[in-house]
Design a protein. Structure first.
Lengths: 426, 471
């Protein structure tokens, strides 16, 4: 065996042991791997988070299931971890889950988009509308009219396309509507602009939850999006029924395709849920698309039995450079077939509760011995023929090292002396 | 460097031991249903195991007499054994793929199901792990066939066969698949056997034994998995290459014009004449569409023809088409190396780089101009045929998933039936890339890098995902 062969044979296991020692050990007592859809891009002022209870001491890492839309992202993603103040008064029921990003909804000059919306809370004070700006100019006019209590138009405002972001959430704000919670409102958006111009809005992606077993999801509260051509009376509404995602399940009933505006109601930001106890940051360049990404911080020695919240934000992210997080979301039990277990909960959007739950894991610090012992116990459960037992795995690891060493010795064997028959393999 | 015969044999044994040890660890670490559709395959196996009882209406002591009873027995054991590990979405508590279909058949299901029935393995978990170990044996056999097949194509003391077998033995996805219940294992073995015979024919020349062996191996491979039909053009090309001297020499331009016209006519009929397109597609497309869901078999062929399908799915001016192609390619390459679970368990992207560089080096080496082809005509011909085989296999995968099943994923494991030519190509290219005096150490280093990547995949990705422990 040559010196190089010996070196490689020794270095490899040492590298492996070094990698193992360099990684801190951990155990994950809080884990939610279900995922239905992503929550839209995390960029600008968007804060997406989750509340959870942690049963043990030593909370030191949170993994969130991140998506990068098949592309590459750069820039930091920040996580802030806080304690939920148990004396804080809940601000109300969770708002409906509204994912971001979906099919485009393009309005030409004179076109209108109309939808019913039911805000979940009082003091509704605006709408975040997902938009994209372009070369076109003109203005978008929003009017808001209560449905069941016809007071006429209660909000009317205009937004110039020149002021729109290249891509992102356009904030349309108005004075808070005091008694808005639970009432139905009709939103009307009309674009007026030059011939050939258009306003680019978006629909929410309409999706089937985890396969054809679960029924199509549509909201009885937020009514179907309607698109009205110019010069048509409101009484003859054209129904806009397109969703690319329906094509994935071709056996579904096509009449149930619906559309919803990609719009999120704005409520007064609730008071901070509790004091921030840790902050973490991760560079999105190192993220792998559609997998858990880790945010690590110093362990919390008193985390046992306490309730936490965390929020993710990416203030420097922009369109094409942002990541998203996956969410588990279940239909409301009173609307649809009951699912096994309580519906996922605890999702936060800009500090306010929203239906659903982030796909995440929360870890605690553990010693190598504890982690190895727990792993050995879990590996050995319910196996057969000696599989999963610590000693058979130990033998298998040892055999690998020996076999690998033999292979390396063989490949780095001394070259033949000149004059002997040689073969280069060509 | 060169290796003695005894040295190669010991090295092969070491490699087989290495693969067996890795497979043991994968079989231990991967929970039940830890690789794609494993539960579905096991449900089918159990149905075959008890089919004779069901046919006779007999009542098994712990089961009923219905298909559902077989599935329910497996479901109970599966649910109990997988408590605490992440599993795909389970609406109403029933795992996807649980109910077997009696119409769905495969040589793998039949062979293992009947073996279980003959031995009398009633406990579902014992049956499951037994099948995993049998599948691991198939994987070991593939490693041996890679080595032996490459030996026919290389000079006697060349290390290239060892290198080729080492690559096959160190791909994490291959070991993980071999350590799970999947008909892909038998398909990989059957195709490897075909390539072994093809290598023997190429290396030792045409003989009745080699031709018959090749033919029987091809038939066996197609019986095991119909997508092995992609191997058939290799036979045609090989025969044409061998016969060109005798049959085609001296033919006139008129002859070749006729051949070209006939080929063009055949292709045009297949693309534009629907009745023929459907018939041809049903014959050659059985490998594409053989699935238990009849929707995929026949509905597609109710459309006007293959031309319309191409027109619908190949949209060169649509950015969405290119994005889809890019996504398919990325997933294909990732899942060729390490992508466990139901395509959700993956090492971080930067852990693919070392192995990717090693594999790229082999590909670059293949592209080097052949120096002195006359010195190694067998190796040169083998390289061309291997490249053709890999191209056919890869082309079939992408045609299927881009053109015919656009909603499905092109997975790297679909390339494992072509493991013999893939590994031979890489090994030969890698070996030729480096100067003679550093080849050995560089190859040893490459083996080490591949092994390290595998360890990261197991202990970093798989263990952390499935057991929620970072050891």
């Amino acid at each position: 065996m040559t010196r190089i062969g010996a070196l490689i044979t020794i270095v490899l296991p040492v590298l492996l042991v070094g990698l193992w020692l360099a990684r801190p050990a951990g155990v994950c007592p809080v884990h939610h791997e279900g995922r239905v859809f992503h929550a839209g891009e995390i960029l600008g002022t968007v804060e997406l988070g989750q509340e959870f209870s942690f049963p043990r001491a030593g909370l030191n890492r949170i993994d969130v299931f991140i998506g990068a839309f098949g592309g590459w992202s750069t820039g930091p993603i920040e996580l802030k971890l806080g304690l939920v103040d148990p004396s804080a008064v809940p601000i109300g029921p969770p708002d409906r889950f509204r994912p971001g990003g979906g099919d485009p909804l393009i309005l030409g000059p004179g076109w209108q988009a109309r939808q019913i919306i039911r805000p979940i809370r009082d003091n509704w004070s605006g709408l975040n509308l997902l938009v994209r700006s372009g070369p076109a100019r003109g203005r978008l006019t929003l009017t808001l009219t209560p449905v069941l209590h016809p007071e006429g138009v209660v909000v009317r405002l205009e937004s110039r396309l020149a002021d729109w972001p290249a891509y992102g959430w356009l904030k349309l704000a108005w004075p808070p509507l005091a008694r808005s919670g639970g009432r139905l409102f009709r939103i009307n958006l009309k674009y007026d602009g030059p011939v050939g111009g258009s306003a680019h809005l978006f629909q929410q992606p309409f999706f089937q939850a985890a396969g054809p077993d679960r029924p199509a999801m549509f909201s009885p509260d937020d009514g179907t999006l309607a698109v009205i051509p110019p010069d048509e009376r409101a009484s003859s509404i054209t129904r806009y029924v397109r969703s690319d995602l329906i094509r994935f399940f071709p056996d579904q009933d096509s009449h149930r395709r619906l559309g919803l505006l990609a719009a999120r109601p704005i409520y007064p930001r609730p008071p901070e849920t509790g004091p921030v106890v840790r902050r973490a940051r991760a560079e999105s360049f190192w993220f792998t698309d559609n997998s858990f990404q880790s945010f690590r911080f110093a362990p919390l020695p008193d985390s046992a039995g306490r309730r936490f919240y965390f929020d993710l934000s990416a203030p420097r992210a922009g369109h094409g450079n942002a990541v998203t997080a996956w969410v588990d979301w279940a239909p409301r039990p009173d609307d649809y077939v009951t699912q096994a277990g309580p519906p996922p909960a605890g999702l936060r959007f800009n500090g306010a509760p929203m239906e659903g739950r982030l796909t995440f894991r929360a870890w605690r610090q553990a010693t190598k011995a504890e982690a190895a012992g727990l792993l050995a116990k879990r590996l050995g459960r319910d196996k057969r023929f000696g599989l999963g037992l610590s000693w058979t795995i130990g033998i298998a690891l040892g055999l690998q090292i020996l076999a690998l060493g033999w292979l390396i010795m063989t490949l780095t064997g001394r070259p033949d002396r000149p004059g002997k028959e040689t073969d280069s393999g060509d | 460097m060169s290796m003695t015969g005894a040295g190669r044999q010991w090295a092969l044994l070491a490699l087989l031991a290495l693969f067996a040890a890795r497979g043991w660890i994968y079989a231990s670490v991967l929970p039940l249903n830890g690789m794609p559709d494993e539960l579905e395959h096991m449900a089918q196996l159990r149905l075959v195991q008890y089919q004779s009882l069901l046919d006779q209406g007999q009542h098994h002591p712990s089961l009923g007499v219905g298909t559902w009873d077989v599935a329910a027995d497996l479901a109970r054991a599966f649910n109990r054994a997988t408590v605490g590990t992440p599993q795909p979405e389970r609406p109403y508590g029933v795992a996807a793929g649980m109910t077997p279909h009696s119409r769905r058949s495969s040589v793998y299901y039949t062979a293992l199901g009947r073996l279980l029935g003959w031995i009398g393995v009633n406990d579902p978990l014992t049956a499951w792990y037994a099948c995993r170990l049998v599948s691991l044996g198939m994987g070991l056999a593939v490693i041996g066939l890679v080595f032996s097949g490459a030996s026919f194509l290389c000079p006697p003391k060349s290390p290239v066969p060892l290198l080729a077998a080492a690559l096959a033995g160190l791909i994490p996805q291959f070991a993980a698949l071999a350590a799970s219940v999947s008909p892909e294992n038998l398909a990989a073995l059957a195709a490897a056997l075909f390539f072994w015979w093809a290598a023997r024919l190429l290396g030792r020349g045409i003989s009745l034994l080699n031709i018959v062996g090749c033919g029987l191996a091809l038939i066996a491979a197609v019986l095991v998995k119909k997508t092995a039909l992609f191997l058939s053009p290799l036979i045609i090309v090989g025969l044409a290459a061998r016969l060109k001297g005798r049959f085609f020499r001296g033919r006139s331009g008129l002859f070749w014009g006729g051949v070209a016209a006939a080929s063009l006519l055949g292709i045009s009929l297949i693309l534009f004449y629907p009745p023929l397109a459907n018939r041809v597609a049903r014959i050659i497309g059985l490998g594409f569409y053989r699935t238990y869901d009849p929707r995929f078999d026949w509905t597609l062929f109710g459309q006007p023809g293959l031309w319309e399908i191409i027109h619908d799915q190949i949209r060169l001016t649509d950015p969405g088409f290119w994005f889809h192609l890019k996504s398919l390619t990325v997933i294909f390459l990732k899942s060729l190396w390490a992508y466990f679970g139901q395509m959700e368990v993956t090492p971080d992207w930067y852990w693919y780089l070392p192995a990717g560089l090693v594999l790229l080096a082999g590909a670059v080496g293949c592209l080097r101009p052949a120096a002195g082809v006359g010195d190694d005509p067998v190796g040169h011909r083998a390289t061309i045929y291997s490249a053709l085989a890999v191209g056919l296999a890869g082309g079939l995968i992408f045609i299927r998933h881009v053109l015919l099943f656009p909603g499905t994923l092109a997975q790297g494991r679909f390339l494992f039936p072509a493991l013999v030519p893939v590994c031979f190509l890489w090994a030969r290219g890698f070996w030729r890339l480096w100067p003679d005096r550093v080849r050995g150490p560089v190859a040893a280093g490459a083996i080490g890098v591949l092994w390290l990547s595998d360890q990261v995949a197991v202990w970093g990705a798989a263990v952390e995902w499935f057991y929620r422990i970072s050891p």
